[in-house]
Design a protein around this ligand. Structure first.
Ligand code: CP3
Length: 343
């Protein structure tokens, strides 16, 4: 299927684009009342994610309502632990919770490297339904968590400010840690390949908890696994977003991927120098900027766009959009990117 709007893919390849493409991390769900309406028609997040027609519907909502240049499939990074044998629950207002966690070598026997065509069939079906319904309007982004971030949830059992149980494991049981990270990596490679085969036009790896590791630990327990995934995914472009990993930008520049996501702590020109000109950069407006006035949002967007000028760029926020941001303000950000004219 020929894409009618392929700005995102062309920008990543460094081809000439009429304007910078824009989308938002966590654009599906969270902020839109239209999402809440669909969400309230089912028992909860998990049922919604497992119903391909509804997942497709909420995936496309931000394309219709916000005018973004890409859709991201409605799912979660935590479907991977579930497929490996560790189910999760989404507790209203509190977030994910795992009744069972993994804490030792013997626990690994409870886990498997699943076949995504079986255990994650519902995500692949949602991708196929979405692609059909999008009818080439914009590219569809697939995604997975980075092995370290998935490891953190599997060991900790829920979200956490410090993930101290997960971090402790890297010191107390490094062999176990590498074995679990290896299993997650193999699963993720199969899963992302299946997403590409089902129709995802590019994929993003979210290392949401990169920033809680010291650089040496990050180099040992996260980067090599992301590197392995990047080398294995040859079917579609890959974006790596490692939140808080400012200390690893030089190494990220060496990854076999197409785009590096920047959070709002990472200076733009400094990141360009550290990462190099080969890769597209994605980001990186502070999501909290969208709490500002209309003028404030337009000015902040302009300033960001100017700083990225002259190099491959995909406009986005520096992390997911916050749930209580007014959708009108989100749309203003999207429109400000679209209206931006380089000098
Ligand atoms: O980007 C999108 O809009 C597509 C869907 C998407 C979801 N989760 C849906 C979701 C994506 C890309 C994710 C990724 C994800 N999930 C990450 C990485 C990105 C990031 O923000 O750092 C992480 C760390 C998770 C884990 C997770 N899932 C948490 C911590 C929570 C609870 C708090 C929250 O973010 O809402 C979730 C739940 C979740 N994932 C919801 C949605 C729409 C809310 C569930 C609901 O509707 O009740």
């Amino acid at each position: 299927m020929e894409l009618k709007n392929d700005l995102l893919l062309r920008a990543i390849r460094g081809e000439k684009v009429e304007r910078t493409p824009v989308w938002l991390m966590r654009q599906a769900g969270r902020i839109l009342p239209e999402y809440r309406a669909v969400r309230n028609s089912v028992s909860g997040f998990i049922e919604l994610a497992k119903t391909p027609d509804l997942a497709a519907e909420v995936t496309i909502q931000p394309v219709d309502i916000l005018g973004v240049d890409a859709a991201i499939i409605f799912s979660d990074i935590l479907v991977v632990p579930e497929a490996m044998g560790l189910p999760y629950e989404m507790v209203e207002k509190r977030g994910p919770w795992f009744p069972k966690t993994i804490g030792s070598l013997s626990d690994l026997k409870q886990l498997r490297v699943p076949d995504p065509h079986v255990e994650l069939h519902y995500v692949l079906e949602a991708i196929r339904v979405t692609k059909k319904a999008l009818n080439g309007r914009v590219p569809l982004i697939g995604f997975a968590g980075a092995p370290w971030t998935i490891f953190a949830y599997m060991v900790e059992g829920s979200g956490s400010k410090t993930f101290s149980k997960a971090r402790a494991m890297l010191y107390t049981q490094p062999d176990f840690s590498h074995k679990l990270l290896d299993m997650i990596t193999s699963t993720t490679i199969r899963y992302l390949k299946a997403q590409a085969e089902a129709g995802a036009n590019l994929v993003q790896i979210f290392d949401s908890w990169a920033g809680i590791l010291p650089p040496t630990q990050y180099r040992e327990f996260s980067l090599p696994y992301i590197d392995k995934i990047c080398n294995a995914i040859t079917e579609v472009p890959v974006t790596v977003f490692a939140k808080g990993a400012f200390f690893a930008r030089e190494e990220m520049g060496q990854l076999n991927c197409d785009t590096i996501g920047l959070d709002w702590n990472m200076g733009i020109s400094e990141s360009r120098k550290l990462i190099g000109s080969g890769k597209a950069l994605q980001g990186n407006l502070d999501p909290a900027a969208l709490y500002g006035t209309e003028k404030g949002i337009m000015d902040a967007t302009q300033k960001m766009m100017k700083e990225f000028e002259g190099a491959k760029h995909v406009a986005n926020l520096g992390h997911g959009v916050y749930p209580d941001i007014d959708p009108y303000k989100v749309k203003l950000f999207v429109e400000s990117v679209k209206a931006y004219k380089a000098d």
